[in-house]
Design a protein around this ligand. Structure first.
Ligand code: CA
Length: 256
């Protein structure tokens, strides 16, 4: 009897195998070309990058060096800067309406600032670490915590609404870091790699990978420079910008 159940199980398993195999294929990898480069403050340990009305807003990390910045794209000049209290390690950044939301790494607290003045307005809390955050009117406010999970937050209250596990070939993709909404997809830097995951926000499935290792190959990097991190999208101009932690350049890229 037990054998018969096992046999049925095997036959059933064989029948569903093609579908399972299709899901287990890794997403394709594509390279990028550089359209243009711009100067970037090489002391900026970039943790969040946002494009708004022809300028970047940037969050930089490290304890004692964390900041919120408004940056001129063409020159990399910091036009406006607010230091974050030295005990915090600032992380991702998102603009929601006229408010900037900035995460911290391990203090379970986020800061809300007035976009124009950088005046702090309030704080919010979350149970996980804080890594990346991005907002889109249609897609919502989504955050990462360094795991394979993404969390949707209420844009007004920042309370967690739901979570989603990100997978490629049926396996979880962890270390999801800086985030950006790009044409209905969620793009995520994957920490310690030169890759960006393009994620379907409904299923969590990685639909493609971008390999950016040609931008500034690790063997050419200065000792100070850290990993690729920071994605900003100019939806109106359809321009994609990326940079890294303490990288001297921001790259406008195109997918090959
Ligand atoms: Ca971003």
């Amino acid at each position: 009897m037990r054998m018969r159940v096992l046999m049925y199980g095997l036959v059933a398993g064989l029948c569903v195998m093609p579908t399972v195999q299709a899901q287990r294929q890794a997403a394709p990898v594509r390279g990028v070309t550089v359209v243009q480069t711009f100067p970037h403050d090489p002391s900026a340990f970039t943790q969040g990058l946002v494009y708004v009305d022809g300028e970047f807003y940037e969050s930089t990390g490290l304890e004692g060096q964390s900041s919120l910045r408004r940056v001129e794209i063409a020159t990399g000049k910091v036009l406006q800067r607010r230091a974050v209290e030295a005990k915090y390690f600032a992380e991702g950044l998102a603009l929601v309406g006229d408010e900037l939301l900035q995460l911290t790494w391990q203090h379970n607290i986020g800061f809300v600032y007035d976009r124009k003045t950088f005046a702090p307005k309030r704080t919010f809390t979350y149970a996980t670490e804080g890594w990346g955050i991005a907002y889109d009117v249609k897609g919502g406010l989504v955050m990462s915590d360094g795991s394979e999970k993404l969390f949707w937050l209420d844009p007004k209250t920042q309370k967690v609404l739901r979570g989603l596990t990100v997978t490629d070939a049926g396996r979880p993709v962890s270390q999801l870091n800086e985030l950006e909404w790009v044409e209905g997809e969620i793009w995520a830097n994957v920490w310690t790699t030169d890759r960006i995951a393009r994620i379907n926000p409904s299923t969590g499935v990685v639909t493609g990978w971008l390999d950016l290792s040609n931008l500034w190959p690790p063997y050419q990097r200065t000792p100070d420079a850290d990993v690729l991190n920071g994605i900003a999208y100019d939806a109106a101009g359809k321009r994609i910008f990326v940079t890294g932690k303490k990288w001297p350049k921001v790259y406008q890229i195109a997918i090959k």
